[in-house]
Design a protein around this ligand. Structure first.
Ligand code: WQD
Length: 369
């Protein structure tokens, strides 16, 4: 298959980064990964190798270190695009360590924008954004479209994602060749079907599915369901749980679009780009070089539905108790993914039972800490 071009992946050994590396290679892209292993280990590279059959090009660097990052672009002058995953991402930790989150998440992004415009063959960025930019949407916005209002996040993590989208949209206006696709993830879960790569939470898992699988494995005594007194059918919070492999495939589609998409500046006849009413990024949208997509299944599942779905899919007993609400939790949010379907030709298709089985298969390969 023709090599579709060299793509830089920051955060390449992270949960979503590692799954995206695999799908990019499957789709015919060449890849160079960078990571500082702050929230991952080099063992992930072995897992990727078992799947793709070779060692990917990789540099251990911190993206907030400009000089080290610049050296990557000097060493790989043929980069035609970047997918930017590298960021700290724990909501709770960000409240305790705001400076770490702003410094790491914002400086890494500023370095990437500067370097890809100065040093790369083509400046295309796919950015790992999040549904946290929507906060708790009003019921009339559910399922949530990209045109829903962005509500200031209560956490430095969420704010850093919102700031990142502002920085990228302003950069579109300043750099006439830059193209950006911001992908707003809902709740990524599951693991690669080979179980060679998956989610590796540090310490006690914050997220629901790794806590479920560690409880099923006997590593945790029981799962706390954080609240069953919400205004939802069974009282527990609702989320849009998307298979990490389906999510990874959306990044391939996003890159295909940016690399295939002639920018407005390149077109002889500039296509009239419709700017969404009340768009937070009107100038960027008018450029025809700025794209935003919600990546979810379009289906909301409650915590209790997911717990029961795990037990049904795996046949594994699971101890869980109803516990008090967790501060900062959004009550219910799920995606309207129709724009990604229409413009990227992408849809999250894997049934939730298969996804939960993949998470359990992965957990069984991990040491019983
Ligand atoms: C899901 C639901 C909890 C653990 C995360 C990331 C955020 C974003 C979206 C990427 C909630 C409940 C959890 C537990 C529980 N990702 N829960 N017991 O909070 O939706 O956000 O995904 O950008 O960055 O933080 O995911 O998995 O923590 O919680 O009852 O032990 O499960 O209350 O309702 P969340 P989560």
């Amino acid at each position: 298959m023709k090599n579709k071009g060299l793509i830089l992946i920051t955060g390449a050994t992270g949960y979503i980064g590692s799954h995206t590396v695999v799908e990019l290679i499957n789709a015919g892209y060449d890849v160079v990964g960078v990571d500082n292993f702050y929230n991952s280990t080099a063992k992930v590279l072995d897992g990727i190798k078992k799947i793709v059959g070779f060692n990917i090009k990789f540099e251990e660097i911190d993206c907030s270190d400009y000089k080290a990052f610049e050296n990557v672009f000097v060493k790989y002058p043929d980069i035609v695009g970047a997918i930017h995953f590298a960021a700290c991402k724990a909501v709770g930790e960000s409240i305790e360590k705001p400076l770490l989150y702003y410094r790491n998440n914002i400086v890494s992004l500023l370095n990437l924008i500067d370097l890809i415009n100065k040093k790369a063959k083509q400046p295309n960025i796919v950015f790992s954004s999040s549904c946290t930019v929507y906060g708790q949407p009003a019921k009339k916005y559910l399922p949530i479209p990209e045109t829903a209002p962005l509500i200031k996040s209560p956490s430095p993590y969420g704010k850093s994602k919102q700031m990142a989208e502002d920085i990228l949209s302003d950069s579109i206006v300043a750099f006439p060749k830059l193209k950006v696709c911001a992908l707003r993830y809902f709740n990524p879960i599951g693991a690669h079907p080979t179980a060679y790569i998956g989610e590796l939470p540090n310490g006690v898992p914050m997220n629901l599915v790794p806590f479920i699988t560690q409880t099923a494995a006997g590593i945790r005594d029981h799962l706390n369901v954080f609240g069953d007194d919400y205004n939802t059918p069974d009282g527990s919070c609702i989320r849009d749980y998307i298979y990490v492999v389906d999510l990874a495939k959306a990044h391939v589609k996003a890159l295909d679009k940016l690399l295939g998409e002639e920018s407005a500046a390149e077109k002889t006849v500039v296509k009239k780009t419709v700017v969404a009413k009340d768009s937070p990024y009107p100038a960027a949208e008018a450029s025809g070089r700025w794209f935003v997509y919600n990546l979810g299944t379009g289906k909301g599942l409650s915590v209790l539905q997911l717990v029961k779905g795990f037990i049904k899919a795996t046949g594994v007993k699971l101890n869980y108790v109803i516990a008090p609400r967790r501060t900062g939790d959004v009550e219910q949010v799920w995606a309207d993914p129709s724009k990604a379907k229409k413009e990227l030709g992408w849809k999250a298709a894997t049934p939730i039972g298969e996804v939960l089985k993949s998470a359990w298969k992965w957990q069984q390969t991990l040491p019983k800490q």
